[in-house]
Design a protein around this ligand. Structure first.
Ligand SMILES: *Cc1c(COP(=O)(O)O)cnc(C)c1O
Length: 459
C-alpha cells in the first residue's frame, strides 16, 4: 500500500469548533494579533506547538493509575529511570517539570559572565537560560541550514570548522558544547550521526563536555535511519543509544518525544556536577525522585518512551509533515525543504516579499491563517529573535511560520484542511499587511507582545 496511514485508531475524542470569519476577526483584535493570546477553544486546528500536546495512548492512560505519589523512593521514579536509561545510558537522571527547568539548572551551574556556549542552534528557552547565567549563546549551524530551499539531508548539522575556530578563540571559556536534535529553531532539521560524533570529539579535544538538547531524539534517529548510509538496517533504538553514547549529558522535554503532556529531565555522567544539580533541583523543583512531577507523570513518560521509538509511528510521523510540504510546494508556497520532523516551516519572507522583516511577515501570515481558517501557528523569525540583548532590533536570519504537528492528534483530513486554508491565503497574499509592536516584555517577546496591523500603504 502506498498510503502511510495513522497507525492508531481513536478511542476518545475531543470536539473542535469552527468559529465564523467575523468572530475570528474580533478575537484576533482582542488577542492583539498574537496567537499566544487567543483562547484555545476558539482555535479549530492548533499548530502552535507540538509541546505537551500529544495524544496519550491507552497504555499511558492506564499506567497513570499506577503512579506512586510517595515523596521519596517511588517505584514510579524507578520505572522512569529505567525507561530513560534503556535509551540514554547516563549515570544520573534528574527529573524536572519540563525541559527549560533542566536547562536552567544546568546553565546556572556551568554558565557565567565571560563564558560562551556554542550549539548548532540554541532553542529560544535554551538561549534565554544561557544568557540569564551571564554566558553568551552562539549558533554554529552549517550554512545550508540557513538556506530554506537548499536540499541537504542533515541541515541541522553543526559547522565543524566554525566550531573548531570557536573553541580555539574561546579557550578555557566554553563550559559545554551543545547540539539540538532535531534542530527546532532551524526548521526541525536532523543532525547526522557523523556530525554528532565529530562534534563530541572536538568538544572533548578542548576539554568541554558535550550536551545534547534531545527533545526530538526519536525523530532525529529515524531520519538517520532513512538518510545516513550504514544505518538502513539499524533499529531506531540502537541508533538512539549510539547518539547518546557520544554525549556527557542531555536536557530533555518529555513534552516532545516522550508523548507526555508535562515533564523533562537533565541527565549527566559527571558525579560532582550531578550532585550540584540535585541540590539546585531540590531548591527549585523538588526531591530527586520526583523533580517537578507527580508520580503518574513519571509513569506516562516511561510508557511514552517505549512507544516513541516504534518505527511505524515514526514513519507516519515524518510522513505527516512531508505530505503537507508536498501540497504547499504544489501551490507554489515557499517552505523549508526538505520537510522537518515535527513541523512544516513556511518561508514567510519569501512568500510575502512586500512586507519587510521589521514589519514581521511571519506574524502577519500567522494572523491571517487564524483569520481565514481558524488555524493557530507560530512565528519563528524577527518577532522571536529580532530583539538583541543591547536593546536594538534587527531582522532574524529567516522569517518563518511554524506549523507544529501535535503527535497522534490530527488526521489526514485535518492536513487537507490546512492545505485548503493556505490555498485561499495564497490567492490574497498581496493584500496582507505588516504589523508593529505596541507592547513588549524585556525578553522572550513572542509569547506576550501586542501588535497592531499597519495600514496598507504605511511604508
Ligand atoms: C521545547 C524545547 C525546549 C524546552 O522544553 P520545555 O519542556 O518546553 O521547557 C528546549 N529545547 C528544544 C529544542 C525544545 O524544542
Amino acid at each position: 500500500m502506498k498510503t502511510i496511514i495513522e497507525p492508531f485508531r481513536i478511542k476518545a475524542v475531543e470536539p473542535i469548533r469552527l468559529t465564523s470569519r467575523r468572530e475570528r476577526n474580533d478575537l484576533l483584535e482582542v488577542a492583539h494579533y498574537n496567537p499566544f493570546l487567543l483562547r484555545s477553544d476558539d482555535v479549530i486546528i492548533d499548530l502552535l506547538t507540538d509541546s505537551g500536546t500529544s495524544a496519550m495512548s491507552s497504555a499511558q492512560w492506564s499506567v497513570l493509575m499506577r503512579g506512586d505519589e510517595s515523596y521519596a523512593g517511588s517505584p514510579s521514579f524507578r520505572r522512569f529511570q529505567e525507561a530513560v536509561s534503556k535509551l540514554m545510558p547516563f549515570k544520573h537522571i534528574i527529573p524536572t517539570h519540563q525541559g527549560r527547568a533542566a536547562e536552567s539548572i544546568l546553565f546556572s551551574l556551568v554558565g557565567s559572565e565571560g563564558k560562551a556556549i556554542p550549539s548548532n542552534t540554541h532553542f529560544d528557552t535554551t538561549r534565554s537560560n544561557v544568557e540569564a547565567s551571564g554566558a553568551e549563546a552562539h549558533d554554529l549551524v552549517i550554512d545550508e541550514g540557513k538556506d530554506p530551499s537548499c536540499l541537504h539531508p542533515f541541515k541541522g548539522n553543526m559547522d565543524i570548522e566554525k566550531l573548531r575556530r570557536f573553541l580555539e578563540d574561546h579557550k578555557g571559556r566554553v563550559p559545554c558544547v551543545m547540539t539540538t536534535i532535531t534542530n527546532n529553531a532551524g526548521g526541525g532539521q536532523p543532525v547526522s550521526m557523523e556530525n554528532i560524533r565529530a562534534t563530541a570529539e572536538l568538544a572533548h579535544a578542548f576539554d568541554s563536555p558535550f550536551i545534547i538538547d534531545a527533545c526530538r531524539f526519536a525523530e532525529n534517529a529515524y531520519f538517520i535511519k532513512l538518510r545516513e548510509p550504514g544505518y538502513e538496517n539499524t533499529s531506531v533504538e540502537d541508533i538512539v543509544r549510539e547518539i547518546f553514547s557520544y554525549a556527557d549529558g542531555m536536557t530533555m522535554s518529555a513534552k516532545k518525544d516522550a508523548f507526555a503532556n508535562i515533564g523533562g529531565w537533565l541527565a549527566l555522567n559527571d558525579d560532582s556536577l550531578a550532585e550540584r544539580a540535585r541540590t539546585r533541583l531540590i531548591q527549585i523543583e523538588g526531591f530527586p525522585t520526583y523533580g517537578g512531577l507527580a508520580g503518574r507523570d513519571l509513569e506516562a513518560i516511561a510508557q511514552g518512551l517505549t512507544e516513541i521509538v516504534d518505527e511505524h509511528y515514526l514513519a507516519y510521523r515524518l510522513r505527516t509533515c512531508e505530505y503537507i510540504v508536498e501540497r504547499l510546494t504544489e501551490l507554489g508556497i515557499p517552505v523549508v525543504l526538505p520537510a522537518g520532523g515535527h513541523a512544516v516551516f513556511v518561508d514567510a519572507r519569501a512568500w510575502l516579499p512586500h512586507i519587510p522583516p521589521l514589519q514581521y511577515p511571519g506574524q502577519s501570515a500567522v494572523a491571517a491563517l487564524y483569520e481565514i481558517g481558524g488555524i493557530r501557528a507560530c512565528e519563528i523569525g524577527t518577532v522571536m529573535f529580532g530583539r538583541k540583548t543591547d536593546g536594538t532590533e534587527e531582522a532574524a536570519a529567516m522569517d518563518l511560520v511554524r506549523l507544529a504537528m501535535p503527535r497522534r492528534v490530527y488526521t489526514q483530513s485535518h492536513a487537507d484542511y490546512i492545505v485548503e486554508v493556505f490555498a485561499e491565503l495564497n490567492d490574497m497574499k498581496d493584500e496582507l499587511v505588516g504589523l508593529e509592536i505596541v507592547e513588549e516584555p524585556q525578553s522572550l517577546r513572542h509569547f506576550t507582545s501586542k501588535f497592531r496591523r499597519l495600514s496598507f500603504h504605511s511604508n
